[in-house]
Design a protein around this ligand. Structure first.
Ligand SMILES: Nc1ncnc2c1ncn2[C@@H]1O[C@H](COP(=O)(O)OP(=O)(O)OP(=O)(O)O)[C@@H](O)[C@H]1O
Length: 292
């Protein structure tokens, strides 16, 4: 299995409004993918399409090489509001998980519940938001899926629990053949746990690819004021800002930068994500992908 998520011309419309448009993606297996973007960008819509909870209004989406929604046993999904059954206890949830999932890993589930110091007899309705999120995440991991899709999994967790959870995820990816796609507002979480990123803004994928590759091909150029039309053709301008005398460009290029007029600096992931998030969306421009 080489591709966990493949979308072609994927779009979703609610009524007359497009929540996702022209989405082309090919996410290779074996990555922890961070899906980032502002509120309302279309992240949950994309994840719901990937698990088959929504059907596309345009285009196609395949997961693990088959139409989305057709391989329930191999795909784990934890929705944004980490749904659990309020009246059922934690032990009941694990029992359900065992019954419903052919590859259920009972010892992993038990270990996590113990480690989290949760009482198996406690009803889910009496758990805190963060504890409920941990329960939902435990169910997702113990299902032993090939692909785990998490919609803002750590939003309700305290910083320590968040760090531990992301650590657990990375270990699970290293130990089993697990791929993960998670949405998050926090670039620091993506930086810590993910090696692949998708930036979604205004219903469009702005950039996606392996983080190392993206960081190696994006630069900040600062120097004497220069008109954008005088920039070399092999430098894709992500953002530009100017004062009377100075220009600052954030560019993407595969070529070395030899121009001595520029001071060239590397970007952090946060710089990169914020640049794409803050950039005017120009639908006529090509969507960028990392060519491998
Ligand atoms: N069921 C729905 N009916 C109508 N519009 C919807 C529905 N669900 C989402 N939308 C709209 O689609 C757009 C994308 O929403 P989506 O929930 O996918 O964004 P998101 O990136 O996950 O946002 P957030 O970070 O706030 O969770 C938004 O404008 C939202 O208002």
């Amino acid at each position: 299995m080489n591709t966990v998520l493949q979308a072609q011309g994927l779009g979703k419309k609610y009524g007359r409004r497009w929540a996702l448009t022209d989405c082309d993606l090919e996410v290779p297996a074996g990555h922890v993918v961070g899906l980032v973007g502002p509120n309302g960008a279309g992240k949950s819509t994309l994840l719901n399409l990937a698990v088959g909870m929504l059907s596309p209004s345009a285009g196609t989406v395949e997961v693990l090489g088959a139409p989305a929604g057709s391989q329930q046993a191999k795909v784990g999904y934890v929705a944004q509001d980490t749904p659990t059954y309020a009246r059922l206890s934690i032990a009941d949830h694990l029992r359900l998980g065992r019954r419903l999932n052919p590859a259920w890993d009972e010892s992993l589930a038990q270990q996590r519940i113990q480690h989290l110091k949760l009482d198996p007899k406690q009803r889910a309705g009496k758990l805190s938001g963060g504890q409920r999120a941990q329960l939902a995440l435990t169910l997702g991991l113990a299902k032993r899926p090939d692909l785990l899709i998490l919609d803002e999994p750590v939003a309700a967790l305290d910083p320590l629990a968040r760090r531990e959870f992301l650590q657990d995820l990375m270990e699970a990816v290293a130990e089993q053949e697990l791929s993960v796609v998670l949405s998050s507002h926090l670039v620091s979480d993506v930086e810590r746990a993910c090696d692949y990123v998708i930036v979604l803004v205004d219903s469009r994928v702005q950039v996606n690819g392996e983080i190392d590759t993206l960081l190696a091909t994006h630069y900040r150029l600062t120097g004497p004021r220069r008109d954008p039309k005088d920039m070399p053709r092999d430098q894709f301008v992500v953002t530009a800002s100017h004062t009377d005398r100075q220009s600052t460009y954030l560019i993407r290029t595969d070529q070395p930068i030899h121009d001595p007029a520029w001071t060239v600096t590397q970007l952090t992931l946060e710089d990169l994500v914020l640049a794409y998030m803050g950039r005017d969306v120009q639908p006529e421009r090509p969507v960028l992908e990392v060519q491998r």
